[in-house]
Every structure is written in structure tokens, then in C-alpha cells.
Ligand binder design. Structure first.
Ligand code: ATP
Length: 235
């Protein structure tokens, strides 16, 4: 399980996380929702070691992650599919997937995992020789998720996987997230699309300007009048 306690992050004089605490139990889907600038990406980036914390702790299976290098953190079984997809545009789909396995040496297992990713995303298999930069937005998102899976994570963190995608593609992505979870991967999902995220989440947290203001099961928050008003619009 991932356990974050009193996590604080500053960017210069700005405090982006004001002492947040949250838990991601093994085998679950947990979502973190919140408006632009609330600190969602900062939370994920701090867990993976891309951003330095100024206080608090991030424990993963009882081990402290703060202060560890990114490679060390990935090798403990945590992967992230970043916001904005960030695939390598001049490399093929297959090359992008192989990069996701860069810390691994088990060639035969890597080959198996490429087939695993292709079974989750048949579209990527059809396009394995296509340059990633020429994929559609939805396909690039699939590739970003697939690439993160290539480190064979126990915990998969996804930063706004639905951003900029058409509703049908968003549904595909969310059903694949569910499938990945069914196959035993714990999921921490950051989303502005609160409606979809809360529907698939076992547990959910609301982040507002660097503070967790609400938490509960996905269905509790879906039914909460404050969440409805602030995050669900008319949907
Ligand atoms: P969004 O949904 O818009 O991506 P978010 O909830 O993920 O928002 P963050 O990207 O974590 O929010 O940003 C939280 C706050 O920290 C914002 O005020 C942002 O401007 C600030 N911030 C983020 N990254 C940096 C940085 N590298 N330097 C300075 N300030 C930053």
C-alpha cells in the first residue's frame, strides 16, 4: 500500500501541497480529483521523485520513497503515465514500449509484456511500426499507458488520461484502466473528468489548492452535493 502523510511541496515561495495525507490500498483504484492547479500532478510527480518534497512522507510497502532516485522508485514497482502523453514522437510504437522497460534485463519477459500490452490495446499492435508522433491523440494516450505498463508496475499512476480526448475514446481508456486493475495492478488516477473517475474509483480524494478537502468511496463523492456542484457540472 501507498501511504502519504503530511506531504508538503514548495515551488520557490509557492506552497503547492500543504500537508496532504492519503492512502492507496493494494488492488484498488483510487482517484484524486480537483481543479486546475490544485496540485494533482505535483502529488504524482513527488511520488515518482521528479519533484522534491519539503516535508512529510511517502511510504510504499513500508519503505520511505522521499529522497530516493527516480530509477530506484520505478524499480520498486511504481509507474506513471504523465499528463500530456509525452510519447517519443520520432520513435515507433514498439520502440516507445521498449523504452518503458529500460530498467529491465529479462528479455523473454519483456517480450511477453509487449504482447500483454498489445492484448490490452490491439490498436497499438496494428500500429507497432508507426511513428508515435503520427498517432491520434487517443492512440498516443494508449501508448503512454502501455509504455508505463512495460515496467510491470504494482502501482500504476495516471495523470489525466482523458485530457483532450473524444468521449468514446475516454470510455475506452477508462475501461482499460479497469481491466489493468482487474489484472492485479493498483491504480492511482488523477483526473479533471471527475464523473468518469469517481465511477471507477473505490476511494476518492478531492484536492483544493494543495489541501485534501474531502474523501470517501467513489460513490459517496459522486452523490455528495458539494462535489456535484463543484466538479460534476450537469452530468
Ligand atoms: P492541472 O490539472 O492544471 O495540471 P494540477 O492539479 O495538476 O493542475 P499542479 O500542476 O500540481 O496542479 O500545480 C499546482 C501548483 O503548483 C500550481 O499553482 C502550479 O502553477 C504550481 N507549479 C507546478 N509546477 C511548478 C513548477 N515547476 N514551478 C513553479 N510552480 C509550479
Amino acid at each position: 500500500m501507498l501511504k502519504i502523510e503530511n506531504l508538503q511541496v514548495h515551488y520557490g515561495g509557492i506552497q503547492a501541497l500543504r500537508g496532504i495525507s492519503l492512502e492507496v490500498p493494494d488492488g484498488r483504484i483510487v482517484t484524486l480529483i480537483g481543479a486546475n492547479g490544485a496540485g494533482k500532478s505535483t502529488t504524482l510527480r513527488t511520488i515518482t521523485g521528479l519533484v522534491k518534497a519539503s516535508g512529510g512522507s511517502v511510504q510504499w510497502d513500508g519503505q520511505e520513497l522521499l529522497g530516493k532516485s527516480i530509477d530506484k522508485i520505478i524499480s520498486t514497482g511504481i509507474a506513471m503515465s504523465p499528463e500530456g502523453r509525452r510519447v517519443f514522437p520520432d520513435m515507433t510504437v514498439l520502440e516507445n514500449l521498449k523504452i518503458g522497460a529500460y530498467l529491465r534485463r529479462d528479455k523473454a519477459e519483456i517480450e511477453k509484456d509487449i504482447q500483454w500490452v498489445y492484448s490490452l490495446f490491439p490498436r497499438l499492435e496494428e500500429r507497432s511500426w508507426q511513428l508515435a508522433g503520427t498517432l491520434s491523440g487517443g492512440e498516443q494516450q494508449m501508448l503512454a499507458v502501455g509504455r508505463a505498463l512495460m515496467s510491470r508496475p504494482k502501482l500504476m499512476m495516471l495523470d489525466e488520461p482523458s485530457l483532450g480526448l473524444a468521449p468514446l475514446v475516454v470510455q475506452d481508456i477508462f475501461s482499460i484502466i479497469r481491466e489493468i486493475n482487474r489484472q492485479g495492478v493498483t491504480v492511482l488516477l488523477v483526473e479533471q473528468n471527475a464523473n468518469m473517475a469517481l465511477k471507477i474509483a473505490d476511494l476518492a480524494y478531492v484536492l483544493e489548492t494543495g489541501t485534501i478537502t474531502m474523501s470517501g468511496t467513489g460513490s459517496e463523492l459522486l452523490a455528495d452535493s458539494r462535489v456535484k456542484e463543484a466538479y460534476l457540472g450537469k452530468s
